[in-house]
Design a protein around this ligand. Sequence first.
Ligand SMILES: N[C@@H](CCC(=O)N[C@@H](CS)C(=O)NCC(=O)O)C(=O)O
Length: 308
Amino acid sequence: MGVMIDGVYHSVDPKPDTALSGEYKRAAATIRGWITEDGPFPPQPGRYHLYVAWNCPWAHRALLTRAFLALEDLISVSYAAPRRTDQGWIYEERGPFSDPVLGVSALHEVYARQTPGYTGRATVPVLWDRQTETVVSNESADIIRMMRAFGRGPDLYPEALRGDIDAWNELIYPNVNNGVYRAGFARTQDAYEAGARDVFAALDKIEDQLSRTEYLTGPEITEADLRLFPTLARFDVAYHNAFRCNIRRLMDYPALWLYARRIFAMPGVAGTVDFDIYKRGYFSPSEARNPLGIIPVGPLIDWTLPAD
Ligand SMILES: N[C@@H](CCC(=O)N[C@@H](CS)C(=O)NCC(=O)O)C(=O)O
């Protein structure tokens, strides 16, 4: 994907995320406002809009939390077209991949409206405020936590479990959520192996925990589970093959596979998942990973097997 420099989108990033060492480093998000009762962004129905892409696991966190907290009627969504383009994430004129709010044709236009002269990546998810016509945040970890301000659904970050949730997030972000990308986007054998081994060492720990508790921190689902799920949903269909994370499949972990299906079966969750788009997205033509853009026919996975 490209980069914005002084408000102009460049299809080729002169400083790509994969450094000469071959290691992939994800750029940090830069717009970090918060929805709070007393802040510039109060939790008002119909005021906020999410720019997402089906493929993106970070955007998926936001969609999942929105569904889980039943915020669909309060926060609207624009889905980017599920394909790579030289303009980054794009929106079509009409249909399911259009933008009814600003009518932009590419996500970088949203960033340019927020900050004329913006320099940085134009990433999803973006939380847009219709009222001030600014971006509240482009950091998914913050976006899902600030959704608590609407006061709906269970508390996904309860006071008593914060230490545990933080500890799981600290393990899962670098080793699982971003670990698969460290393997898949690596440009050397060593960088790939380090990423792939970290993924499975972390999944082994998670499997051990889930063979004892229903969710990561005990009997109740929390933010840590919702941050893990998008990677699990993409694992067998995409990361296992496209990113060479192939020591084991998700379905080879009995407790994790049951847990993933249990979350998938929860109200609203299946509607945030599209396995076919994941496959087409991760196997789209890429000089480094899949030059011919051939999409595998399998695997066959039944996410609707009983999960109780
Ligand atoms: N820190 C961001 C990362 C989001 C991110 O990396 N999104 C990717 C898609 S999975 C993206 O939009 N990349 C476009 C680009 O880098 O140009 C978050 O978690 O919200």
